[in-house]
Design a protein around this ligand. Structure first.
Ligand SMILES: *Cc1c(COP(=O)(O)O)cnc(C)c1O
Length: 378
């Protein structure tokens, strides 16, 4: 019998997506949040195989996890760091992001302390907030002072100048405004500090605006084969890397008026067959998909019937001869010309594909390899 729920991750797809992106500019593959749910360590290795020169994560703990698994190479921690987390990031030999002089003082003390695990200089990327309104300083003069302080501090290395776009997926005018604030500052800094990496682009910016690629692109969503513009990833030459599969655990007949699931939110209007598939919101299939998603059962697209519960869903197979118990059920993925994309769930839920794969819970084992032949040879 198959596993109740399994996330199959095609590492070849991640490598191929990275190769596609690395052809645009030097690639920093973003593997935060457990590689957007795909598995950070495996995704990082696949990204490096595909030509990613850098890796990035959000937290010090994520950096430590990659290093503990033996993953080398340049690594950037992009998030804010508490003093304890700063210690952990430095011990992992990761570069960090800074925008305040106080943090440089704290870093300088750490750079002077003997460090067995990562004896080299600590790389620092200075962040200018050009309009995202989260991390970084809005003041280019402060950003310059921080950068010059890094360059003048023994044990620290001024590695990068960065910013982050708020609207690369949907408002090119505001993105251009942000780029217009970033470039004069970053270019001036780079002219005084040759070798400094200017980087700004997430996946949407990297794919959508060649001018924003600069010295490095920081791509997350696209390396997993999801579309940063929320459309069909095939349109950008990207291959989805993850499929979520389960199986038919139970089949029963429903007569008109009989119901399935909590709250009786499916009531049969005709004689039909219902299949129970042992996957639910405890696995990362959001409850908001109640009566709003399809499943590929034996390769055939059938609707979810009723409430998504924690551990089970029911689907309406229709009145014809049902497939046997044990038949494969594909929640996300492609079979025989049909496919269900993370983008399809996201649209039904009013959210974005990022949240779909990040939401697949630890209860679902990840299996790594190549996926079975994709739909229609697309
Ligand atoms: C998450 C993140 C990225 C990657 O964004 P995608 O849209 O997934 O490509 C890039 N830069 C920063 C600062 C991030 O936090």
């Amino acid at each position: 019998m198959p596993l109740r729920a399994l996330a199959r991750v095609d590492l070849g797809a991640i490598s191929a997506n990275c190769a596609r992106l690395a052809a645009l500019a030097p690639l920093c593959a973003v593997v935060k949040a457990d590689g957007y749910g795909h598995g950070a360590v495996e995704a990082a290795r696949a990204a490096q195989t595909g030509g990613a020169a850098w890796l990035a994560v959000a937290t010090a703990g994520e950096a430590a996890e990659l290093r503990a698994a033996g993953i080398g190479g340049p690594l950037l921690v992009m998030g804010a760091l508490s003093p304890e987390e700063l210690d952990m990031a430095v011990a992992a030999g990761a570069d960090i992001v800074a925008w305040r002089e106080e943090l440089i003082a704290a870093l300088a003390a750490r750079a002077r302390a003997p460090r067995a695990s990562s004896p080299g200089d600590i790389g620092v990327h200075v962040k200018l907030d050009t309009g995202m309104g989260r991390l970084g300083t809005r003041d280019p003069d402060e950003a310059t002072r921080v950068a010059e302080l890094v360059a003048a501090t023994p044990g620290l290395r001024l590695a990068g100048a960065m910013t982050h776009f708020a609207t690369a997926d949907d408002d090119p005018a505001f993105m251009a405004e942000q780029l217009g604030r970033f470039l004069p500052w970053a270019d001036a800094l780079a002219s005084r500090h040759p070798g400094l990496i200017r980087h700004a682009s997430n996946s949407a910016a990297a794919l959508g605006n060649p001018i924003a690629r600069l010295d490095m692109i920081r791509c997350g969503i696209a390396i997993y084969g999801m579309d940063p513009f929320h459309r069909d990833p095939a349109g950008r030459g990207l291959r989805p890397a993850l499929e979520l599969v389960s199986y038919v655990a139970e089949i029963k007949r429903a007569r008109p008026g009989e119901s399935a699931g909590y709250g009786r939110r499916f009531i049969a209007e005709r004689d039909t067959w219902l299949a129970t598939i042992p996957v639910g919101y405890g696995d990362g299939m959001p409850r908001g998909l109640t009566n709003r998603a399809d499943v590929l059962v034996g390769g055939r697209r059938v609707p979810v019937a009723g409430t998504v519960s924690m551990d089970n869903i029911t689907v309406d197979l229709g009145p014809g001869e049902p497939p046997p118990v044990g038949t494969e059920a594909v929640l996300l993925g492609a079979r025989g010309g049909e496919r269900i994309l993370a983008e399809e769930w996201a649209a039904a839920l009013g959210t974005i594909n990022y949240e779909i794969t990040c939401g697949i819970t630890p209860r679902v084992p990840r299996e790594y390899g190549a996926a079975p032949a994709a739909a229609g040879g697309r």
